[in-house]
Design a protein. Structure first.
Length: 231
């Protein structure tokens, strides 16, 4: 992961640069889930709950991730929702499919995902985004249009938050065991919504020149960093 410098700072910046919406705190959600699982396990050990219920929960609990991902997609958070849903489907295959069929099922799932991406699914999901998967990617370096989403999975995605995307909706940033670095022009203000699970989301410094546009950014960091750095 990239080193932090003095120009990177936690998301406690002035309201001039970012409006924080911490209600969807990933740590809060994770804490609630762990608490529920712990209490449920304790009730099973104490035989308060029937063993059949425990077996069903152990088998089907990834379905909650799939439903949570669908809910996020419905609310417009396509990148985060799709990532959560795919994780849930992967875990569901492992816990539900008989042992001898796990490998073939995963291959079929991978083929479906590739076909989905090849037939326009990637454009629907990312809306013209930059995806770094086990690599480092710098968006816009080849003359392509500005990216509207940045995804880094075991890699690093870097780009610039251009004012021209202000009318195209929310900019999504997702870092999973990776780094997303987005540079913010001096005249752009940011409304930042963040979710961090064992990761960090960094807001840009306040703008020092008159603001010409305001962009809404949704940042999710899971064992990674999302950094918005002022130019």
């Amino acid at each position: 992961m990239s080193a932090r410098s003095d120009r990177d700072r936690p998301s406690t910046a002035s309201p001039l640069s970012a409006v924080q919406r911490p209600l969807a705190s990933g740590l809060t959600v994770t804490g609630v889930v762990l608490l529920v699982l712990g209490v449920g396990r304790a009730l099973l050990v104490l035989e308060v709950l029937p063993p059949a219920l425990g077996a069903a929960v152990a088998r089907w609990w990834p379905l909650t991730l799939v439903l949570g991902g669908a809910w996020l997609v419905r609310r417009g958070r396509r990148v985060t929702g799709a990532a959560l849903g795919l994780l849930g489907i992967l875990l569901l295959v492992i816990t539900v499919v008989p042992e001898g069929f796990v490998g073939p099922t995963l291959l079929i799932l991978l083929g479906v995902l590739l076909l989905f991406g090849a037939t326009g699914g990637r454009q629907w999901l990312l809306g013209g985004g930059a995806v770094a998967l086990f690599e480092d990617l710098r968006a816009g370096s080849d003359g392509a249009p500005p990216a509207r989403s940045y995804v880094a999975v075991f890699g690093e995605a870097e780009g610039r938050l251009e004012p021209s995307v202000a009318d195209e909706g929310i900019v999504e940033c997702l870092a999973v065991f990776g780094d997303v670095l987005v540079r913010v022009p001096p005249q752009v203000a940011v409304e930042l919504s963040q979710t961090a699970v064992f990761g960090d989301v960094w807001a840009p410094a306040p703008p020092r020149v008159p603001v010409t546009s305001v962009l809404e950014v949704r940042a999710t960091a899971v064992f990674g960093d999302v950094k918005l750095v002022r130019d």
